[in-house]
Design a protein around this ligand. Structure first.
Ligand SMILES: Cc1ncc(COP(=O)(O)O)c(C=O)c1O
Length: 491
């Protein structure tokens, strides 16, 4: 017992302990930065201190962070952002005229002409207008109202905000949210934190991770016995599974949501990351409107985009937006209130989002360089997607579906029974055991499939396609050698 200065307080231990904290927070898991990454950091520190290992560096293929893996920023974006940050540069001869006029336009719409000022909570007006214009153009002229656009702190923030609006009730009336399995673990984490029920629908690995309406129905019918399913989340192109949904499938999903009275959340942060021949990105908004007023006037939809992925890879700016369609106007007012509590998304992120949706036009000084950089990055990602699939599929015991889009492969791995047993004795998921060993022996950091969810008895890992091609080739070769050695060791 210690006595404080006022003589009154006698400390009985901490107010906040893991026994007394919010139990929902304890349930949150996020594998992409989980134990495997902690171990990777430890190994990096050991290497720095001169420890001898069979490798000289840790290669982080665990997270979709393109710049961290060496991707260069788009010149136009950074030039405009530089001028926005330091307007003195508007007088510099080093910058093209279109860069200056874009920076001037953004600064004019900022409070006090500074990106250091708070903006409107829904986001800067002219940025929302540009986003609406982008969506209209992307969707072949289908109108988009800037009032339906909310800028956000990355897509993550907007996704959690919509889930917050949806979650209510307890027991059998508690909101259930349908999410794909495998999923991007933001969804399971947010649902755990909010105390909602997670409803798993399994993607069909045998059919290139496609979404099957029969499986959606099965999951919904099962879930209705114990909760109130109200929202269906779709990730397209998929993370971690890399599939691109067909137009027909999107139509089926929309019809299903309409029949079953579900709010649709379409996570479209990888909308420019489509590589496979014959695959195209179809936005939920466009398909919804092309299905006619029966659907476009009724089905509630929130769709999400971000500055973090595609050819931009600007994760650190935390730029993003969502478009809400058919949202009840009173709920929209509540949404606007809710986002206003956080004041506003980062203004540099909003400025960047503006540039992404409104890049240089043909004839403007920055257009050629912009197109060259954009095309080179997307072309290289397509090449790496193909390379990853091809090399992984040469390994006996590894099967990798085509990486049609996004930035990941999610191969299935055969883990010998003896290794499964050994993992169980250690209290580890078998694929965690595998990935830990891979990290310890090769320095390659990937994420176990168990962190994303997978069919019982199957094992996977998620690997990004982001390492530069040369490094990726070495990495894949090492994975191949490791897998063969592992299989032999435990057979
Ligand atoms: C499917 C998906 N949605 C959302 C996000 C969140 O991205 P951000 O918050 O950086 O926009 C990610 C990031 O990896 C993702 O893969």
């Amino acid at each position: 017992v210690t006595h404080q200065g006022n003589g009154l307080a006698s400390r009985r231990g901490k107010v906040l302990t893991t026994d007394t904290m919010n139990p929902s927070v304890k349930k949150v898991e996020y594998a992409v930065r989980g134990p495997i990454v902690q171990r990777a950091v430890e190994i990096e520190n050991e290497l720095k201190k001169g420890a001898k290992k069979p490798f000289s560096e840790v290669i982080k293929a665990n997270i979709g962070d393109a710049h961290a893996m060496g991707q260069q920023p788009v010149t136009f974006f950074r030039q405009v952002l530089a001028l926005c940050s330091y307007p003195e540069l508007l007088n510099s001869p080093l910058f093209p005229e279109d860069v200056k006029s874009r920076a001037g336009r953004i600064l004019q719409s900022c409070g006090g002409g500074s990106i250091g000022a708070y903006s409107a909570s829904q986001g800067i007006e002219c940025v929302r207008q540009d986003v609406a214009q982008y969506i209209k153009q992307r969707d072949g002229g289908i109108p988009c109202n800037p009032d339906n656009i909310y800028l956000s702190t990355g897509a993550s923030d907007a996704i959690v905000t919509i889930l917050k609006l949806l979650v209510c009730g307890e027991g059998r009336t508690c909101t259930g949210a349908m999410i794909p399995i495998p999923q991007y673990p933001l969804y399971s984490a947010a649902l755990a934190e909010l105390g909602a029920v997670q409803i798993n629908y399994y993607l069909d690995e045998e059919n290139c991770w496609s979404l099957n309406i029969g499986e959606l129905r099965r999951a919904l019918v099962d879930a209705r016995k114990h909760c109130n399913p109200r929202v269906l989340c779709i990730i397209n192109p998929g993370n971690p599974t890399g599939q691109v949904q067909s137009r027909k499938c999107i139509e089926d999903v929309i019809r299903f949501a309409a029949e079953e009275n579900l709010f649709l959340m379409a996570d479209e942060v990888y909308q420019d990351n489509v590589y496979a021949d014959g695959c195209h990105f179809h936005s939920f908004k466009k398909v919804l409107f092309e299905m006619g007023p029966q659907y476009s006037n009724t089905v509630e939809l929130a769709s999400f985009h971000s500055t973090s992925k595609c050819y931009m890879g600007e994760c650190g700016f935390r730029g993003g937006y969502m478009e809400v369609v058919n949202m009840d106007s009173d709920v929209k007012a509540q949404l606007t209130k809710l986002v206003s509590v956080r004041l506003c998304p980062p203004v540099p992120g909003q400025a960047l989002m503006d540039l992404v949706v409104n890049p240089p036009k043909p004839g403007e000084p920055s257009h050629a360089t912009f197109m060259k950089e954009r095309t080179a990055t997307l072309r290289s990602l397509a090449e790496r997607a193909k390379l990853t699939e091809q090399i992984l599929n040469t390994v006996p015991g590894i099967h990798c579906n085509p990486v049609q889009g996004a930035m990941y492969s999610f191969p299935q791995i055969t883990i010998p029974e003896r290794a499964v047993q050994e993992a169980k004795e250690k209290g580890q998921a078998p694929d965690m055991f595998y990935c830990m060993k891979l990290l310890d022996e090769t320095g390659i950091c990937v994420v176990p499939g168990s962190g994303f969810g997978q069919k019982e008895g199957t094992y996977h890992f998620r690997m990004t396609i982001l390492p530069p091609t040369d490094k990726l080739k070495i990495l894949l070769q090492k994975v191949k050698e490791f897998h063969m050695g592992f299989t032999e060791q435990f057979s």
